[in-house]
Design a protein around this ligand. Structure first.
Ligand SMILES: CC(C)(COP(=O)(O)OP(=O)(O)OC[C@H]1O[C@@H](n2cnc3c(N)ncnc32)[C@H](O)[C@@H]1OP(=O)(O)O)[C@@H](O)C(=O)NCCC(=O)NCCS
Length: 190
């Protein structure tokens, strides 16, 4: 891959990736999910074995994406990885979920927000986590291992491992029972 020192792919590679991703976009996971993963590796993403992507998934800055093995990103999810997004193994990101790692700066009263630039805040989602449909994860937030985030929730604070949270803003519903937890959960990839 032709890339710069910080792993950013060349313009040509980026464009070819976007065209190929778009062409594969409508097809179901069982047909081209693994092909999408292979394509991502070509632009520098760190994608584990058995990772699948549903149709219509949108990715910004895929070269800054790290996903552990057997994780599933469901259809029409959006991941903005410009400041880096790490997702652990065996995790499920529900359909139409949105994971954001950049936000607009807005502190300067003398400039329109659109001219103030962006601030990156990396996001980490642990292993064996489950984000329900239409969950929003705001920039800089972490979701712990074994955590569950209810459908349509907005993650505005870090989510502790082994908990269930829900709502906008997402609040603790309950700790997960030890009996529900996977005994040996891999750590996030390096
Ligand atoms: C979060 C979830 C797993 C919790 O399941 P559960 O442990 O069976 O929880 P319960 O249904 O007993 O609800 C517990 C409480 O949380 C609330 N709650 C549950 N899910 C919620 C949600 N998504 N948003 C807001 N509140 C929610 C319930 O209203 C209830 O509150 P109460 O005690 O004040 O009445 C489930 O509700 C959920 O959102 N699943 C995701 C479904 C989904 O996205 N499917 C697509 C597959 S990708």
């Amino acid at each position: 891959m032709a890339a710069t020192a910080d792993n950013t792919p060349s313009l040509t590679v980026s464009r070819l990736f976007r065209i190929a991703w778009f062409l594969l976009s409508p097809f179901p996971t069982r047909r081209v999910g693994p092909t999408r993963a292979r394509l991502l590796r070509l632009v520098g993403a760190d994608i584990g074995e058995g990772v699948t992507f549903g149709p219509g998934v949108r990715l910004i800055a895929p070269h800054r994406l790290v996903i552990g093995s057997r994780t599933r990103i469901a259809r029409d999810a959006t991941i903005d990885a410009r400041a880096g997004v790490e997702i652990g193994p065996n995790t499920m990101i529900g359909f139409e979920a949105v994971v954001l790692s950049e936000t607009h700066r807005f502190e300067d009263p003398d400039q329109p927000v659109r001219d103030q630039g962006m601030e990156g805040r990396p996001v980490r989602i642990g292993s064996n986590a489950w984000l329900g449909a239409r969950v929003f994860v705001l920039p800089g937030r972490n979701v712990g291992n074994n955590a569950i985030v209810g459908a349509s929730s907005v993650v505005t604070r870090d989510v502790d491992p082994n908990t269930i949270v829900a709502g906008n803003p997402a609040k603790l519903v309950r700790e997960r029972d030890p009996g529900e937890l996977t005994p040996a959960v891999d750590e996030l990839p390096e």
